[in-house]
Write a protein that binds this ligand. Structure first.
Ligand SMILES: C[S@@+](CC[C@H](N)C(=O)[O-])C[C@H]1O[C@@H](n2cnc3c(N)ncnc32)[C@H](O)[C@@H]1O
Ligand SMILES: [Zn+2]
Ligand SMILES: [Zn+2]
Length: 402
């Protein structure tokens, strides 16, 4: 297989030709149900039925949007390594007549064009949905993939920061989309350290819930010790990322920063084994930092005690001089530091960059970001105009990553 290219074609035809278990990470955004006409035959997202519920009933129709997604992601399962991860971005759709009201397609569905299963989407006429219903497409797909064997590991809210204005006056403006993470196994490669966030509250105060003592990061405590704290924290599940207007004409491109987080978490920056593809893993050192250095564990009661048994002063006197409890002088926070990297296998071969897949590659943002981060990539896209656009972007000037 030659990587670092975008193949023009239907992902259901192309994916079977990709070697099994060859890819470390998939970052993708399928066409949203009923939203846009990408102008090519074979496009997904134009199905008449959003969800036949076959994933729940055990009799999938094979033709609805959710069934199509299950078929595509079965192929992704095959090409993904067992320790690989899948990041899946999907938007929701409101039930409406095509071209009218909420989420009206930005590109008109063409009269007389061939769409999968017959007709442009008119879900106001669909059984089980009322006009104006939110369909819940992302979660229907997530349930279906879970039923198909995927481990549903994460749901991220992409807060779009600069969303398109919306006209609805009987609900909130939708300003978020979902990014799901799935894995094939309980354990998988996930470099949480690569996507750590900087804690916003520098110099934050830690108060002692029992004694009321305060420990301020970086400030010397009376016994001479300094609480260092940690400036970083684990990546949180709300990502505030502005969407990114493209010079080129593609309306649904990922913001590069969103892809960047997924690629950094889902692939190793040090690459993978040339022979077996196992990602090189971080070696971390944990440090325990005491937050109550030098404090006694015993706490005594009394009117002047820092420990208040109750608000009633008579009650406080009853406990005068008596031991009322313990606090843990061992309380600590754990910091982690990268002290090296090690091979994820015993092959002893050299390393090559990890591979990122996007089989709905559109304007090629996933491939572009993968390249900029020194990873290999494979894109698949049905519309040849978008493939040309992607190649222009990948070979041309690059957007800045943060
Ligand atoms: C939401 S867009 C993806 C945009 C992409 N994430 C980016 O950053 O540009 C979905 C893309 O899937 C393509 N597509 C639709 N059906 C497809 C199929 N069966 N196989 C491959 N690509 C398809 C559409 O042409 C469209 O470009
Ligand atoms: Zn179905
Ligand atoms: Zn190996």
């Amino acid at each position: 297989m030659s990587w670092n290219r975008i193949i023009t074609g239907d992902c259901l035809d192309v994916l079977p030709k990709v070697p099994a278990k060859s890819v470390q990470c998939c970052v993708t955004s399928p066409p949203y149900y009923g939203l846009r006409d990408y102008g090519v035959e074979g496009q997904l997202g134009a199905e008449k039925v959003p969800d036949c519920l076959g994933w729940a009933t055990g009799s999938p129709c094979g033709e609805c949007f959710v069934c199509h997604m299950v078929q595509v992601f079965r192929q992704v399962w095959r090409v993904l390594r067992d320790d690989g991860v899948l990041f899946l971005n999907l938007g929701d759709t409101y039930c409406t007549k095509a071209g009218k009201g909420d989420n009206a397609p930005q590109t008109k569905w063409k009269k007389g064009a061939t769409y999968p299963n017959g007709a442009p989407h008119r879900c106001a006429e669909l059984e089980g949905f009322k006009p104006k219903d939110r369909i819940g497409i992302p979660h229907r797909v997530a349930f279906a993939l879970q039923a198909d064997g995927w481990y549903w590991r994460d749901e991220v809210v992409w807060d779009k920061v600069n969303p398109m204005p919306q006209s609805a006056t009987d609900r909130c403006s939708g300003v978020h989309e979902i990014v799901f993470m799935f894995s094939k196994r309980e354990r998988y490669f996930y470099d949480w350290k690569a996507i750590e966030e900087t804690a916003t509250q520098k110099g934050r105060v830690r108060s002692d819930p029992v004694g009321g003592n305060k420990y301020i990061e970086g400030v010397k405590h009376s016994n001479g010790s300094v609480f260092e704290g940690s400036d970083n924290r684990r990546k949180r599940s709300v990502w505030s990322i502005a969407s990114h207007p493209l010079k080129e004409k593609h309306f649904a491109a990922f913001p590069p920063r969103l892809v960047e987080v997924c690629v950094r978490a889902g692939t190793s920056q040090k690459g993978c084994c040339r022979k077996c593809g196992a990602p090189v893993v971080r070696v971390l050192e944990k440090t325990r930092v005491a937050t109550r250095p030098g404090l006694d564990s015993k706490v005594f009661g009394g009117p002047n005690s820092q420990f208040r048994v109750s608000k009633d002063p008579r009650h406080q006197e009853e406990w005068d001089g008596k031991e009322v409890g313990n606090r843990d002088p061992q309380r600590h926070v754990t910091g982690t530091k990268t002290i090296g990297w090690k091979a994820g296998c015993d092959c002893g071969e050299g390393t090559v960059p990890c591979i990122v897949l996007d089989m709905f590659s559109g304007a090629g943002t996933t491939c572009l970001v993968a390249k900029q981060l020194g990873r290999r990539y494979l894109g698949i896209e049905l519309n040849p105009d978008y493939v040309a656009m992607s190649n222009r972007r990948i070979n041309g000037a690059a957007p800045r990553l943060v």
